[in-house]
Design a protein around this ligand. Structure first.
Ligand code: ZN
Length: 347
């Protein structure tokens, strides 16, 4: 179903984008660590980081590609030690998400970044899961966790990670695949994804961010994922675009991330509008908001301002985010009803 809306005045569009309820389906919780919290945790835990202060760290956020970002991202995550640290990080994100009218958040975390430093899986999941539970009670945000395997590491390492997560599978809804894409195709993780599928976990994977359409094909056909994270390179393959539209495979697109990591020359040339026109279930997300210059509403307002998208696309994107979420059918319908109410007020 596609709704069309009477044109909403350009000056009211930012308010609509902010007010509409939405789901965030592509947020790496370690990528929400703001420099202020990195320094607070580094003091609390007595861990030195190689930057003199908040401003110097922020200035280092001038990335040229995915790898240049990942190097700083892993340095930032090194200050996380206790369950309370993980709680504080997730809580800071969830408060921002609530302020942006995120009604549902499906949050990625990278346990290998922490277990490799000697932090237990239990510590990581305990802190994050407590924050998600409190978000439901105190903020009215439905939040769930997706464990991501780091694709630059081996499948053997991913299997060990799954083994460590086994006692906590009731606290996660699925698994994903992230980190350095090029040179690490999805099929490298075929067996561990098959195992996760047998365990009843939801499956997603980053594909087609910098990597070729072939990686999106193998994420779908070999890993059997239900959503593609990023996927913006799919436009280079007409047959793939048809497949994504036909099977209603959601793409979790992250415009400010794509801009910062030079996937597109600028936001004006972002292909979000093209993905929607092709009938894809595209969504807007923040990826690593502390590093890429904005949370989800900032992604919406900047992208709409740069590309000239309007209320019809705003509605479609928000609706897609609920359709693409892993919430149950009742929750999805409730959230779509809330979306309709907000749009009715603006018409
Ligand atoms: Zn990502």
């Amino acid at each position: 179903m596609t709704n069309t809306f009477r044109p909403i005045a350009a000056d009211r569009l930012p308010a609509l984008l902010a007010a509409m309820p939405k789901a965030e389906l592509h947020i790496h919780i370690e990528g929400s660590l703001e420099p202020e919290l990195i320094f607070a945790l580094s003091q609390r835990n007595g861990i030195a980081i190689p930057y003199a202060g908040v401003e110097e760290l922020r200035r280092a956020y001038a990335f040229t590609n995915l790898q240049s970002f990942l190097d700083i991202y892993y340095a930032g995550a090194s200050v996380l030690i206790t369950a309370q640290d993980f709680y504080d990080m997730a809580w800071a994100y969830l408060r921002k998400a609530a302020a942006d009218n995120v009604a549902r958040a499906e949050i990625f975390f990278d346990p290998q970044t922490h277990t490799a430093r000697g932090v237990d899986m239990a510590t990581v999941i305990d802190g994050l899961h407590r924050a998600c539970a409190d978000a439901q009670k105190q903020l009215g945000v439905s939040a769930a966790l997706i464990l991501c395997f780091l694709r630059h590491l081996s499948e053997e390492d991913a299997f060990q990670t799954l083994e460590q997560a086994q006692p906590f599978l009731d606290k996660i809804i699925g698994v994903g695949l992230d980190s350095s894409e090029v040179g690490h195709p999805p099929e490298k993780f075929a067996r561990v994804f098959a195992r996760c599928r047998a365990l009843g976990l939801h499956l997603v994977a980053h594909a087609g961010e910098e990597g070729p359409p072939a990686y999106v094909w193998s994420a779908l056909d070999v890993l059997k994922v239900e959503r593609i994270d990023h996927g913006v390179q799919s436009v280079r393959d007409a047959a793939l675009m048809q497949r994504l539209a036909r099977d209603r495979i959601p793409l979790t697109v992250c415009p400010l991330s794509n801009q910062k990591l030079c996937v597109f020359p600028d936001l004006q040339h972002h292909n979000l509008g093209r993905l929607l026109e092709a009938g894809l279930v595209a969504t807007v997300n923040s990826d690593d908001p502390a590093y890429f210059g904005g949370y989800i509403n900032e992604n919406f307002t900047q992208t709409f301002a740069a590309t000239g998208l309007g209320a019809t696309q705003a509605y479609q994107l928000a609706r897609n985010s609920f359709e693409g979420s892993f919430g149950d059918a009742t929750q999805k319908q409730q959230l779509i009803d809330r979306l309709d109410e907000v749009f009715a007020k603006f018409e």
